[in-house]
Ligand binder design. Structure first.
Ligand SMILES: [Zn+2]
Length: 658
């Protein structure tokens, strides 16, 4: 006679075993961490010697749900900055705040709150990806949930590492320490192809293979990512990551919203699991993952909530309902993704996607006791029809709510009983979370008040010389001037021709200065663009002006590379006014009287003006030096034959553009 610690009886047992057995008056016996028997109540009551028998009162007994993708600790950032595009949200807000606040303590606290929320929605296992993943693992293990915990690796400095090599070392240590844990499956998480490099992906895959642990990453979440890959590498994302050896690891690929059928087969061939995150994809308008086709291609597709700041909750019942509804609407086929299929994605198939199906995902003897009781006898879920036993899937997917989950067990231990969490004390955690929220609010209020701080937050800005010596004149005949320039006494050091596309952002508070996004298209002798450069320059208002016609100005200038595209900066900085200035620019670096000056001859393309303009410029850190250069600039003007040209203010073109 099998012995058991606990015998759960009189439940509708939804086994999710390979035969999708449903046992109407069913029972499950648990001994230690493991399920030892599954059958009818009568059968198990007769044959199992149980220390404790619990009558489930006709509730549904289901395998614990598998949340295939999340960033648990981000519960602390929930609702921080919503209704933004993914890049602005992630690079403009999440990552800068994370760099400032994320610590082991932050991760532990956030993960515990996430566990409390997930247990309440019947989740027993999840795949996580975040910083200080060891702190996450500790919190999860303490609460008693099961998780695949992925230590993040990024190409830029992250909250827990100065370099990707450091993250990789941290991941190795973390995997070493946790690889034999009962609840935690340590993993490595190169964040995404666009936040990593080929070298990082290769190193992560090697580490994952060495320890035979999962590799959890984001793949093709947005169309923009795929476009960028096609442009840069002439292929979509999946074949590219395959080339880097990534698919040799046990991959968990989150999103896969924009992959084609060839990529699906490549992933399937590599036994990669996919995490489908309908709420996140809808909220961030990333698109509709081709779930039906992925399933047809034989892929294991799980369902994930994604992080609590892109969802904004960790409610699996909402997620599985959406997964089904969205697939039906997108394919315009109500027969697609039926309830049983979606429930499979949230349980046994989800476990396969996470490479933990030997442990969890179904109610079968030998598997760990990860399960939940769901009360389906509620006003929103009655009456019930017994003609087709499979109708229970529809009740679970279409009508049940996470609040109907009453009891949750993981690894043989009750984490919730009769709606009461047994291993997390939530109120003090919420107090601590509120303290973080207050600090983050203060930080963002301060940062949002300064264009410079915002510029620094997204990747560093360098201060340039603070004195500008410059003069701008209107040209009647540029050819005459060029003749003087080339054949005169000036020494030409460099010459270039480019098309300049400037967009000026102006803010309510004029003291913030102007932010200029500049695209320089370098043009060769044949008129073809050979090179493109993007830059952001924050130009402070002139603090002092000297000499007539603003020849000498003192003001701050900060420059930063602009790698993210004008649209990003527009949405991130939210200028009050924006205006474009496009020019065809001929530029010389010359030496005159021992001083180097830039000479620009600009033809205005937008706003379109009939005249050309000549600018002479130089910059310096020292006032004395600036004054000396300002003396010479008028002499230089004479050499160019422009002694009587009309001098216009530096901001002349911008004033017209505005
Ligand atoms: Zn994610």
């Amino acid at each position: 006679m099998p012995h058991a610690d606990t015998l759960l009886t009189h439940a509708t047992v939804v086994t999710m075993d390979p035969d999708f057995r449903i046992i109407p008056d069913g029972a499950v016996a648990i001994h230690g961490q493991v399920i030892v028997a599954v059958g009818t109540s009568a059968e198990l009551e007769a044959k199992v010697d149980a220390a404790q028998v619990l009558d489930c009162g006709g509730k549904a007994l289901i395998p614990g749900l598998v949340n295939a993708h999340t960033h648990a600790s981000m519960t602390l950032l929930r609702g921080l900055e919503d209704d933004r595009r993914l890049d602005v949200w992630l690079l403009g807000y999440m990552m800068p705040v994370e760099r400032e606040f994320v610590s082991p303590e932050f991760c532990r606290l956030g993960a515990k709150l996430a566990c409390a929320e997930m247990i309440r929605s019947g989740i027993t296992s999840f795949a996580d990806m975040y910083y200080y993943e060891e702190a996450v693992a500790e919190a999860v293990a303490e609460v008693g949930m099961r998780a695949v915990c992925g230590q993040t690796v990024l190409k830029f400095p992250s909250p827990d590492a100065d370099s990707w090599e450091d993250s990789l070392d941290a991941a190795r240590g973390f995997i070493e320490r946790w690889k034999d844990h009962d609840l935690i499956v340590p993993a490595i998480s190169p964040h995404a192809p666009y936040t990593c490099t080929a070298e990082i992906l290769r190193a992560c895959a090697e580490l994952a293979k060495e320890y035979d642990v999962p590799l959890h990453t984001h793949i093709s979440e947005t169309a923009q990512e795929v476009e960028q890959w096609r442009e840069t590498y002439d292929m979509p994302v999946v074949p590219w990551v395959k080339k880097q050896g990534l698919l040799e690891a046990k991959v968990i690929a989150a999103h896969c919203v924009h992959i084609d059928s060839g990529e699906m087969h490549t992933l399937e061939h590599a036994h990669a699991g996919v995490a489908h995150n309908p709420s996140s994809n809808l909220k961030l308008a990333s698109g509709f993952a081709p779930v039906t086709q992925m399933l047809e291609a034989g892929l294991n597709v799980g369902v994930g909530t994604d992080g609590p700041s892109s969802n904004n909750d960790l409610d699996m019942f909402e997620e599985i309902r959406l997964a089904s509804f969205v697939a039906k609407a997108v394919t315009r086929d109500p027969t697609t993704l039926p309830a049983r299929k979606v429930f499979e994605m949230a349980t046994s198939m989800g476990a396969r996607a996470l490479h933990i199906d030997h442990l969890t995902g179904s109610l079968e003897p030998g598997k760990r006791a990860d399960l939940a009781l769901v009360d389906l006898n509620t006003v929103h879920n009655l009456p019930r029809f017994d003609r087709d036993p499979d109708a229970i899937y529809a009740r679970l997917i279409y009508a049940a709510k996470s609040t109907d989950v009453t009891d949750v067990m993981v690894n043989g231990r009750w984490l919730m009983q009769a709606g009461e969490l047994k291993t997390v004390d939530v109120p003090p955690l919420l107090v601590a979370a509120a303290e973080y929220a207050k600090k983050i609010d203060t930080f963002l209020v301060e940062r949002e008040g300064s264009v410079l701080s915002k510029l620094v937050a997204i990747g560093g800005a360098e201060q340039q010389e603070s004195y500008e010596v410059q003069i701008k004149v209107r040209l009647d005949d540029p050819d005459d001037v060029m003749d003087n320039l080339v054949h005169g006494p000036l020494r030409i050091i460099r010459h270039a021709h480019y098309l300049e596309y400037d967009n000026y952002f102006e803010f309510d508070d004029r003291d913030q200065g102007r932010l200029r996004h500049r695209e320089d298209d370098f043009v060769d002798d044949k008129g073809e663009v050979t090179n493109v450069r993007y830059r952001l320059t924050l130009i402070g208002p002139a603090a002092e002006r000297e000499f007539p016609n603003s020849v000498l100005l003192s003001r701050s200038r900060f420059i930063a590379p602009a790698t993210l595209g004008l649209r990003f900066y527009r949405e991130y900085f939210r200028p009050e006014v924006e205006f474009p200035v496009h020019k065809d620019r001929l530029r010389w670096l010359i030496q005159f009287d021992g001083v180097e000056f830039f000479i620009n001859i600009d033809r205005l393309l937008e706003p379109r003006l009939p005249d050309s303009f000549l600018e002479i410029k130089t910059r310096t850190w020292s006032r004395r030096d600036a004054e000396e250069k300002a003396e010479r600039i008028l002499g230089l003007l004479n050499v160019l034959g422009l002694g009587s040209a009309e001098v216009v203010p530096d901001e002349y073109i911008q004033l017209i553009a505005e």
